[in-house]
Design a binder for this molecule. Structure first.
Ligand SMILES: [Zn+2]
Length: 166
């Protein structure tokens, strides 16, 4: 089954779908070697290095497969569900055959070590990709409701809310 195709978007390599996905449907499981923050390559090449934060101090490296090529968007079609070490890309709306599939990198980021300019082209593009905690509250809420914010970020949010008595 070859549902996902690596193609070319305006910002370089991108992943397109060869079939429709329904909201909530699994698109692909990410795989790759695991690294701690200290083990990440330096300098970090933000275009060619594919390391996804999946826990407090844990990153999934490139697999060499299609999962390395999903781009970021501030208006994504998909999101990562991280559960017991499994990293699943899931559709967060209906996706049509031929569309590019993107996810919002900020949803798993909590490190203060890395940021990147965004050129996704969405009219409300945030211009910069950085930690989840810097997202506008309404976007945070939307992602939390969709179930694509990992536990380590939710737990930290809860702690912060308590600390400020909110
Ligand atoms: Zn953007």
């Amino acid at each position: 089954m070859n549902n996902l195709i690596i193609g070319q978007s305006k910002n370089g390599k991108a992943v397109f779908t060869n079939k429709d996905f329904k909201k909530g449907e699994e698109i692909i499981e990410f795989s790759g070697k695991l690294f701690t923050y200290e083990q990440l390559p330096t300098p970090y090449n933000e275009v060619d290095d594919h390391y996804v934060q999946i826990d407090k101090n844990l990153y999934m490296g490139p697999s060499g497969g299609v999962d390395d090529f999903f781009n970021h968007s501030c208006d994504p079609e998909a999101g990562l569900k991280i559960n017991n070490g499994k990293v699943i890309l899931m559709a967060i709306r209906n996706i049509k055959k031929g569309e590019e599939i993107t996810w919002d990198y900020s949803t798993t980021m909590d490190e203060d070590g890395w940021e990147m300019d965004c050129m996704c082209g969405y009219k409300n593009c945030r211009r910069i990709i950085r930690d989840f905690k810097y997202l506008p509250k309404e976007i945070q809420q939307r992602y939390i409701k969709l179930g694509i914010v990992p536990k380590y970020i939710l737990e930290k949010l809860k702690r912060d809310l308590k600390q400020y008595n909110i």
